[in-house]
Design a protein around this ligand. Structure first.
Ligand code: DX5
Ligand code: ZN
Length: 219
């Protein structure tokens, strides 16, 4: 089943509770939470305290995408906050020992994902693919919502999907950046199983309808 994971990034950051309630009404499958530290990416958002405060407001699966210089110091806090999945970036300087980071996330009882920037080949994950719950393919350069989908991302999604199928691993492939109703079908056909949609949902005139429309693309 394809999951729709709206990102709250371009919603009203002074009223996250309203966005969460709205996305619950829209029956979003996951909530995509973009954590940015102003170092790894040129933008700053929120941290574990915000996620901990959101946790009692929704039963929806919380998908934390950490765009930070060093996720290691924060993993325990994010797990305690109630994140269901923690995705770290392959390119984060703190992920030099990526295998260890993944083991640590699993040790905290949380699902583990690795995100790849657009220019990073998926082959860097060949040896750890079997230990991951998710690979996040960035289809824009991370930092901001509302950017244009990079078409070569489709080839990377296909490559990861082929490897996962060949090895029989149960892997979610999440695509993040510039996903909209007009490209959702090709992203799904390439092998994506989780679609992040930021501006396409929260900036739509009718966000609830926007989630429905994306779900319809997945059928
Ligand atoms: C970008 C973030 C995305 C962003 C997606 O760095 O990781 O999750 O919110 O927004 P859209 O869908 O507008 O590209
Ligand atoms: Zn994201």
């Amino acid at each position: 089943m394809i999951k729709i994971a709206p990102s709250i990034l371009n919603g009203d950051m002074s009223n996250i509770a309203a966005t969460v309630a709205m996305l619950d009404r829209a029956e979003a499958d996951w909530l995509h939470l973009d954590v940015m530290d102003g170092v790894f990416v040129p933008n700053i958002t929120f941290g574990p305290k915000t996620i901990a405060d959101m946790r009692p407001q929704t039963k929806t699966f919380l998908d934390a995408h950490l765009m930070v210089h060093d996720p290691n110091t924060l993993l325990e806090e994010f797990a305690k906050a109630g994140a269901d999945l923690i995705t770290v970036h392959y390119e984060s300087p703190g992920c030099t020992h990526l295998d260890r980071v993944i083991q640590r996330i699993h040790g905290l009882g949380v699902k583990a994902g690795v995100a790849l920037n657009p220019a990073t080949p998926d082959s860097v994950l060949d040896y750890i693919l079997d230990s991951l719950d998710l690979v996040l393919v960035m289809s824009v350069n991370p930092g901001f919502g509302g950017q244009k989908f990079i078409p070569y991302s489709l080839r990377k999604i296909e490559s990861i999907a082929n490897k996962a199928a060949k090895r029989g691993v149960n892997l979610e492939i999440e695509v993040d950046g510039g996903v909209k109703v007009n490209n959702a079908a090709e992203v799904i056909n390439a092998g994506a199983t989780v679609l992040v949609a930021g501006t396409a949902v929260v900036c739509a005139p009718d966000p609830i309808q926007a989630v429905k429309d994306l779900k319809a693309c997945a059928k």
